[in-house]
Design a protein around this ligand. Structure first.
Ligand code: NAD
Ligand code: TYD
Length: 337
């Protein structure tokens, strides 16, 4: 079985590559990644010599390169993570989001169709549904209309619609997964949780947008990996599955939990100007996926404690990142803090 994992050098794709290489020694796992600022291969040092792990440096929006690779390798499955993934960057530089997330997905769909893959698994996000209000009894289901609010979520929704269209028009076998916010090892430190951990460890201010009351539904990345594994193997052709673990927290609660785990002062919290178009609340109803047999294994309290410990044990990984190009990104995004 040959499995192409796009974006396998990033946060979730990277965890998924590790999960698959270890769980399925008889599968050949191909990591297809162009290595943007968010991709790095140091996370795969432990598997780089495994016979069932392969890497190809390739841009998913480069049609010729993708066609050549797909025609050569004849993948059975494509699990598509590669994307521009940060909402804040989509507000300042939307164009690359359309190129990678929309055009890149379309190139992969054409290539997958050309070699008749067994299934195309498209990893999407709950953000395509837009936002919920603060009523805790409301959730996104697979039937919630798509109402994306940011250029990021609009580009992901566009790619979801292309995947659907290739299924309807060309009978391309596919599933779409829509997951809530992930956290865990190798989360790039521009996102709330790793940004908070890395800044608190350096006794730097943590920028909290607006009042900090916005709510996200947090899922450990390994629970996301097991969900995709299940959907890839057992998901009903053409179906969408929401992935989430009912771990809703306000941003302020998340930041305070991390500060407390690290024994630091809440004086590090700094309320800053709100994100444009900031979605109020995300919350997932995962019952369709649970009926397929999925159950998350982490709760937020133990998951976040383990994640904080991982960042303490792997300082070299994130210190290398925040001392590089990231510095300019941070200054541009937040000013000189
Ligand atoms: P990430 O930003 O950490 O990693 C993205 C990876 O894609 C990087 O390795 C990057 O080099 C690669 N990439 C980008 N452009 C590429 C291109 N043109 N060609 C080849 N590779 C390219 O992202 P992530 O947080 O791991 O998210 C992975 C996927 O999961 C995305 O599709 C995202 O929309 C989705 N998702 C993320 C979350 C979350 O909380 N992070 C939640 C739900 C869904
Ligand atoms: P983020 O990790 O960027 O994920 P997403 O925007 O995809 O949900 O942000 C999570 C929440 O944290 C979101 O409501 C925005 C907020 N946030 C801050 O308050 N400060 C920050 O510096 C960042 C990056 C995010």
């Amino acid at each position: 079985m040959k499995v192409a994992v796009t974006g396998g050098a990033g946060f979730i794709g990277g965890n998924f590559v590790q999960y698959m290489v270890n769980k399925y020694p008889s599968y050949d796992i191909f990591n297809l990644d162009v290595l943007t600022y968010a991709g790095d291969l140091t996370k795969h040092k432990n598997i780089e010599n495994n016979e069932n792990y392969h890497f190809a440096k390739v841009d998913i929006s480069n049609r010729d390169e993708i066609m050549e690779l797909f025609n050569k390798e004849k993948f059975d499955y494509v699990v598509h993570f590669a994307a521009e993934s940060h909402v804040d960057r989509s507000i300042t530089e939307p164009e690359i989001f359309v190129k990678t997330n929309v055009l890149g997905t379309q190139v992969l769909l054409d290539a997958s169709k050309a070699i008749n893959v067994k299934k195309f698994v498209h990893v999407s996000t709950d953000e395509v549904y837009g936002e919920l209000d603060f009523d805790p009894t409301t959730f996104f289901t697979e039937d919630t209309p798509l109402q994306p609010n940011s250029p990021y979520s609009a580009s992901k929704a566009s790619s979801d619609l292309l995947v659907r269209a290739y299924h309807e028009t060309f009978k391309l076998p596919m599933n779409i997964t829509r997951c809530s916010n992930n956290y865990g090892p190798y989360h790039f430190p521009e996102k709330l949780i790793p940004l908070t951990i890395s800044r608190v460890l350096n006794d730097q201010k943590v920028p909290v947008y607006g009042t900090g009351e916005n709510i996200r539904d947090w899922l450990h990345v390994l629970d996301h990996c097991s969900a995709i594994d299940l959907v890839m193997h057992e998901g009903e052709n053409g179906e969408v599955y929401n992935v989430g673990g009912h771990n809703e927290r306000t941003n302020l609660e998340v930041v305070k939990t991390i500060i407390s785990a690290l024994g630091k002062s809440e004086d590090l919290i700094e309320f800053v100007q709100d994100r444009l178009g900031h979605d109020k609340r995300y919350a997932i109803d995962p019952s369709k996926l649970e009926k397929l047999g999925w159950k998350p294994t982490y709760n937020f309290d133990t998951g976040i404690a383990q994640t904080v410990q991982w960042y303490l044990d792997n300082k070299e990984w994130w210190e290398t990142i925040i001392s590089g190009e990231y510095k300019q990104y941070f200054e541009k995004q937040y000013g000189n803090k």
